[in-house]
Design a binder for this molecule. Sequence first.
Ligand code: KG4
Ligand code: ZN
Length: 338
Amino acid sequence: MIVLGLESSCDETGVAVYDTQAGLRAHRVHSQIDLHAAYGGVVPELASRDHVRRLPALVRQVLDDAGLALADLDGIAYTAGPGLAGALLVAAGTAEAMAAALGVPSLPIHHLEGHLLSPLLSAEPPAFPFVALLVSGGHTQLMAVTGVGEYTLLGESVDDAAGEAFDKTAKLMGLPYPGGPALAALADKGVAGRVNLPRPMIHSGDLNFSFSGLKTAVMTALRDGRHASEDVAAEFQSAVIDVLSRKARQALKNTGMSRLVVAGGVGANRALRAALDEMARRRQWRVFYPEPELCTDNGAMIAFAGAMRFAAGASGQTDGAVTVKPRWPLDTLAAPAG
Ligand code: KG4
Ligand code: ZN
């Protein structure tokens, strides 16, 4: 079965075709980084308008890349949430219109399900069950994953997400948007431990996180002017990584699982990967990551999640209703046939 996937939840327009026989046939992403850079962050209305401009052409290009015609599509999956309401509506409206015109079912997909299943698209995919560490701009969550649609929330951030902490801290340090990669690059030039930042909630005993205090601590550390910004960046990155890896370790211990899947934009962070790999190596656990280009938002993960659900018996929608869910807890999802 051949599934088209559309993603427009934030500042990337993503389109892909996943074929349950042949795998990922084609995928393209248009990033809006240049569009929002002047404002230091994503401007929702500009994001929506740009998705409207880009999506139709991307769909045509991806079908061309895959050597497919519209009539070859068996279903259309799209990100229905969580995300920016106006931005989400672009893929949702396009998908529902296409599905109605082609007479195929549509399938609303949860953006984070896309992220957490994305390592299954890599050459060496993890088997179920696994613990997923979801670290994106909007979410920091630990989930126990026993199958497609079977997600149990183990813990999450009580305030800022890890990516949000990177972005906000980068902004107050005067780094360009998008802050995460810029702050990570600066951190690689500095030395952690020259300035001391807290490891929020590291000893809380649960699997929740808190990152909003870190940016305040960074502000204080910068204010006295005694520390090089690269050392502050290195210590910030190290604090986030210490907390993420400690809680991931605890989640694996608590569940008795031996596989960790890391997904979401912050999963691209090289120092985080090194720390998690080292933690796993010592305990003979395995850590799985999406291919680098599939760490941040893309259509491939949405086409794939849709194909997995269709293949598992999901019938999809045929009523043409365009409904998005800007807020949508991941652990309320049902398994495909359910
Ligand atoms: O998953 P994603 O592309 O979008 C959301 O669904 O949020 O994640 C984007 C987030 C941003 O906060 C970005 O700053 C962060 O991932 N990010 C990074 C790195 N690359 C992206 N954070 C730290 N280090 C990186 N190398
Ligand atoms: Zn995302």
